[in-house]
Design a protein. Structure first.
Lengths: 663, 155, 325
């Protein structure tokens, strides 16, 4: 039989004042399997620990129970002491007789009796403990950032700054994301390009950073510290290494009718294009849907004009496989489609635009060169109506139930910029209410109202009607004045709700990272671990976790980078050995455990077993990845056959404790 | 109080009935809450014995039945508040499992007050103590568990 | 129907589309029908039956049978097909190894019920349009199918199949006036003392023969926890009330969210314990607390016990509701 040593701590008078520690030691010493039982004023002290170590050595103890303060205090201390004497640290159990006994009971007899019961339970548990060894796994010191918007850029820069190589995978031909499309940024009104493009250039020039633009993650395997990722590099029909970005081809291409996606279709571009002047990498891309050469083999102008010989019509998608220690999701957001909002006449009139389209209309590099002109007739608008919460805070099922967070502020910005440039233009903003928490945000909004004379009206727009004369009639309610309004506007701007980029959902599946019902990535803890996914080694940056403005995105991007750096700085990851494990002889392969695992730590294997009459049986059985499992135990209860058990808190251990307490 | 024959409680007698209570507490919230009750010297009856589990979702209905079988008079399960689980979703599973289990026990005619789930955060030492006081009082009033016990486990 | 099934099975065997056929064979008595695997046309011709006594659900046998070489044909009544679909969902049966043929069913007959109607010495039975004609040693007797139906058929939920490769006979429809929770509600309406007395009365008859477990299509564990000494709840003779409670509660809990309510447990219980009352309570609770759910209905919907919602009912208030005031 295993020899157990029991050590009862006085904790000065903290325990001994209420509990008769000598009586506890005596009672526990009589239990079967207990080889030594002693009490001591301070078990955690050096001499107390020595007492334990001596006993382990001299009595050749196979398990140790310390009756002392909470395991949350000194479990680690005593485990270390045991390990120093060669006893597996997981063969130590603590009976909490201070916080959960002496400190809450006054009756000495009662407290002593309880201490004995708690000690008994710990002894029964330790008898069933198995020596556990924490698994170690090496860390690949390279990070992957998925998404090259401001979130991904900032995260990558911060990681690279710390000296670790980092790759950015961006599905568009250039990094920059939504921020590159913006005109000015609140609350300072500095131009987005002025602050973003230097960061993009920094990414391109930093030798620790590789940019895979026009690429997508197609496969992810492995786990924290050791991810193996396949990246699909989409054919752009231009050799990136040769293209100088001179732009000759984009001027000569005869196909001029391609809707310019960077300008949200407000103007056209060529079939071969560079999204915008400061694109990184500054490399041309052929739009295969529009290129005559790719479609019917008739053209080849770009290849003729390209001095660098970079055009390659035969280019195919290529796949590269890389290893990473950490992965950051920075897939960002997009405005929702407004196809279900006919009442605002979006799509019926070209003069009803989204806020992001307005950014392009006001951007000096946009289709109008920065002059605010109506898309329909190119005339200057004299009345602009902004409609807030288009699809945000929606309970009707058409839109999103959440607040998109950024709209109030960017609309104040838009209103202010219009009033500043065109004082003859009247600006109306219809809101449910105005939400401006954030540093200098409310001041910014108040300036819009007080200094710039923007008309804010509490109330929602019911309908926008295009009139035959090209104007727009806006019907709305003013809730404060309690009246129905009818306005004639030249331009209507809809603050469309934001939603996660559609690439996030399939990516979450690849990463086994969880998402909420709106397809935003879920944090490991909403308060305490906001930039980590519950899946170890996967981190969250920017609006893929929830709607965010630029300052918040950059802050979160930096926080995600710090977490990545912390992970990559380790040479080895030491796991928690108290993880789940499946007995494959008992496993049914039913997938119940996999469905409740929040970490995606369980997978299935087809294994061969000995069947009856020397046959070989193939069965589907669960296997736990110990490096990913966090040890919650949800799977152990979901498992109907009892195949799944948890190290350190096994079925037999817990039942032994139950028995010891109840008998 | 149904099915409470007077001699069961022994209320008023010298040797008062002292129930056996098993409390399963998750390591991250409720066990820490219990520690806080201790640190704050908030007393609750010594009948409560705590078993530490990593998460409330580790608690198998078998453990609860086992406790009753071995002579427990009440079993309480404490975990992080829904939405605050250290493991994100563990207590959501606990909630469904215990809802169904307790409903079944009630259906079988076992006194529903003998089982309880309570969400106690690490900051709620006072709530922990108060919950335990209340639970012990409730179970004491119910008297000995006779409907769901294994007679062979009596000494 | 029987001849149709025989012919179809024989054809599929000859075509080589299937290697074996899982069906029912005549036993010593006509009401003593046994699930059987047929390997040849001759065996089929000789022993295959589809009679009013074919209440047995064949889907569970597929767990072992589908592991063998080749493909197996199985005949599934509507309720059986739910068990089959659920087992496929749980990866217990490789779908591609089974050729499932749905057969119509309008309720199967309980020989014990016939006996209590005073019909004994049965040597033959035929069913048509809800009428049962029985050849007995004492002459021909006629009853309606409903008069001597199996307990499980009395609360049939649907005549519509799931997950079958083909159908013989006509596809039915869900039973619109299925009132399978009525009995549960009746128990719920009792006082706790009455409920305790009721279940004590029923469960104390348990002899722990394990027939309910052995027949249950949701109980397909490689090793049952009650057979596993390491589980801490391994099989013991039912020595006292706790054992019976423990066994039946744990069994019901283990199949909660997976039980299709096929009613086999009650059908096979030699002590006539209404075991379905436990499983149906879980089903009723699940429906009430988490929305309607039918195990085996579709392959996608997650089982209610592996799913959650942030605003799920709390255990305390759920028990207080419990279908009662």
């Amino acid at each position: 039989m295993q020899k157990i040593g029991v050590f009862v701590c006085h904790c000065g008078t903290n325990i001994a004042g209420t509990v008769d520690v000598a009586a506890v030691a005596e009672a526990l010493g009589k239990l079967p399997g207990v080889a030594v039982a002693a009490d001591y004023p301070y078990m955690c002290s050096e001499s107390g620990q020595k007492m334990i170590r001596d006993a382990i050595r001299e009595k050749e103890l196979g398990g140790v129970v310390i009756c002392s303060c909470s395991p949350r205090m000194h479990e680690a201390t005593f485990r270390k002491a045991a390990a120093a004497e060669g006893l597996n640290p997981y063969l130590v159990e603590i009976a909490n007789i201070r916080e959960q006994d002496s400190w809450i009971h006054r009756d000495r007899a009662e407290a002593t009796e309880k201490a004995i019961v708690l000690g008994k339970a710990a002894i029964e548990k330790v008898k069933r403990n198995a020596p556990l060894t924490a698994g170690e796994s090496p860390v690949v010191k390279r990070a992957l950032v998925i998404g090259g918007g401001i979130a991904g850029i900032q995260t990558a820069l911060d990681i690279a700054e710390a000296g670790f190589p980092v790759d950015i995978v961006e599905k568009e031909p250039t990094i920059g994301g939504k921020m590159a499309q913006l005109d000015k940024t609140f609350p300072t009104l500095d131009c987005a390009a002025c602050i973003l493009t230097p960061k993009m250039v920094e990414c391109a020039q930093n030798e620790k950073i590789r940019i895979f633009s026009y690429s997508e993650v197609s496969k992810v395997s492995g786990f924290v510290g050791n991810f193996r990722v396949t990246i699909r590099r989409k054919a752009r029909y231009v050799d990136e290494t040769k293209c100088t970005g001179c732009g000759e081809c984009t001027e000569k291409c005869p196909q001029k009718k391609v809707p310019n996606s960077f300008n949200l279709g407000l103007d056209n571009r060529r079939a071969i294009y560079i999204p915008f002047a400061q694109a990184v990498p500054k490399v041309a891309t052929i739009d295969a849907d529009w290129c005559n050469m790719l479609k019917n083999g008739k053209c080849g102008v770009c290849a003729k004009v390209c001095g660098a010989g970079a055009i390659d019509y035969k280019q195919k998608d290529t796949f590269i496989e890389e290893e990473y220690g950490a992965i950051v999701a920075a897939t960002g957001f997009r405005p929702i489609s407004l196809s279900r909002y006919e009442e605002y006449a979006y799509g019926l009139s070209r003069d009803v635009v989204t806020s992001l389209e307005l950014e392009r209309l006001m951007n000096a590099a946009g289709p109008t060169g920065g002059t605010l002109l109506r898309p329909s007739d190119g005339k200057h608008p004299h009345t602009v109506v902004f409609v807030q919460c288009v699809g945000s805070r929606c309970e009707d099922g058409k839109g999103k139930s959440y607040c998109s967070k950024i709209c109030c502020m960017y609309t104040a910005k838009h209103a202010m910029l219009i009033r500043e440039k065109y004082p003859d233009t009247e600006v109306y903003v219809f809101t449910i209410d105005v939400r401006t928490p954030g540093k200098n945000f409310d001041e910014f909004y108040r300036r819009a109202v007080e200094e710039y004379g923007v008309h804010y009206i509490k109330g929602m727009v019911g309908k926008v009607l295009p009139e035959p004369d090209g104007s727009l009639t806006v019907r709305a309610s003013d809730l404060i004045a309690n009246e129905q309004l009818k306005l004639s506007a030249d331009l209507v701007v809809l603050a469309a709700a934001v939603e996660p980029d559609p690439s996030a959902r399939p990516l979450a599946t690849l990463l086994t990272a969880s998402m909420d019902t709106n397809d935003f990535f879920t944090e490991a803890h909403p308060k305490l671990r906001p930039v980590e996914s519950p899946t170890a080694g996967v981190f969250l940056s920017g609006a893929c976790q929830g709607p965010k403005d630029i300052p918040e995105t950059v802050a979160q991007a930096g926080a995600a980078a710090a977490k990545v750096i912390g992970l990559l700085a380790k040479d080895k990851l030491v796991g928690n050995p108290c993880v789940a494990h499946s007995d494959e002889m008992l496993c049914n392969g039913c997938s119940s455990c996999e469905k409740v695992c929040p970490y995606g730590a369980i997978h299935y294997e087809e294994k061969e077993f000995r069947g009856p009459n020397r046959t070989v049986l193939k069965r589907r059985v669960a296997a736990v990845n110990a490096a990913v499992c966090q040890g919650c135990g949800a799977c152990t209860v979901a498992c109907p056959s009892g195949a799944m058990d948890l190290h350190g808190f096994s079925n037999s251990q817990i039942m032994a404790e139950v028995d010891a307490i109840c008998r | 109080m149904p099915m409470n024959s007077p001699e069961k409680n022994g209320v008023g007698k010298e040797e008062a009935f002292r129930p056996k209570i098993v409390a399963f507490c998750c390591n991250w919230c409720s066990y820490a809450g219990a520690d806080l009750a201790g640190t704050s010297r908030l007393s609750y009856p010594a009948e409560v014995k705590i078993i530490r589990v990593p998460c409330s979702c580790r608690v198998n209905p078998t453990f609860i039945l086992r406790a009753f079988g071995r002579g427990a008079d009440g079993v309480i399960l404490c975990g992080c508040h829904p939405g605050d689980c250290h493991y994100t979703t563990g207590n959501y599973y606990t909630r469904r499992r215990m809802t169904l289990l307790f409903s079944m026990l009630d259906y079988l005619g076992i006194e529903r007050e003998r089982t309880r789930v309570e969400w106690v955060s690490a900051a709620e030492g006072a709530k922990f103590a108060e919950t335990m006081r209340d639970f012990v009082a409730t179970v004491t009033a119910l008297g000995k568990n006779r409907r769901l016990e294994d007679l062979r486990c009596r000494n | 129907m029987q001849e149709l099934m025989k012919a179809r099975a024989a054809a599929l065997l000859s075509e080589g589309k299937v290697n074996r056929v899982l069906g029912w064979a005549a036993g010593e008595f006509v009401y003593d029908v046994t699930p059987t695997v047929f390997e040849s046309r001759e065996e089929l011709e000789r022993d295959f039956v589809y009679s009013p006594f074919c209440g047995a659900n064949l889907s569970k046998y597929l767990v072992k049978e589908a592991r063998k070489e080749g493909k197996i044909l199985v005949f599934l009544k509507p309720c059986d097909s739910f068990s089959f679909a659920q087992l496929v969902k749980e990866h217990r049966i490789p779908r591609e190894k089974v050729y499932a043929v749905g057969v119509e069913c309008y309720g199967k007959t309980d020989a014990t019920a016939l006996r209590s109607l005073g019909i004994t010495g049965i040597v033959g039975a035929a069913e048509q349009y809800g009428a049962l004609t029985l050849n007995t040693l004492n002459g021909e007797r006629r009853v309606t199918v409903a008069e001597a139906m199996l307990e499980k058929c009395k609360s049939c939920k649907t005549k519509e199949h799931r997950l079958c490769d083909e159908l013989l006979g006509e596809e039915g429809e869900p039973v619109s006036d299925c009132s399978r929770f009525e009995e549960v509600e009746k128990v719920e309406a009792m006082t706790p003392e009455e409920r305790f007395a009721f279940f004590r009365g029923e469960l104390s008859r348990c002899i722990r023969c394990n027939a309910c477990r052995d027949v249950c299509p949701a109980c397909t564990c490689e090793t049952c926890v009650f057979d596993n000494p390491a589980s801490g709840i391994a099989q013991k003779a039912a020595a006292d009330p706790f054992e019976e409670n423990l066994y039946h509660i744990i069994r019901a809990f283990h199949v909660a969210g997976r039980c299709t309510d096929c009613g086999e447990c009650t059908r096979v219980c030699p002590q006539r314990i209404p075991l379905h009352l436990l499983n149906r309570k879980f089903i009723k609770d699940i429906n009430e607390f988490y929305g309607p759910y039918q195990a085996g209905d579709d392959p996608e919907t997650p089982s209610p016990l592996t799913d959650w919602k942030p605003d799920d009912v709390e255990p305390g208030s759920a028990v207080r509701k419990g279908g009662r005031a």
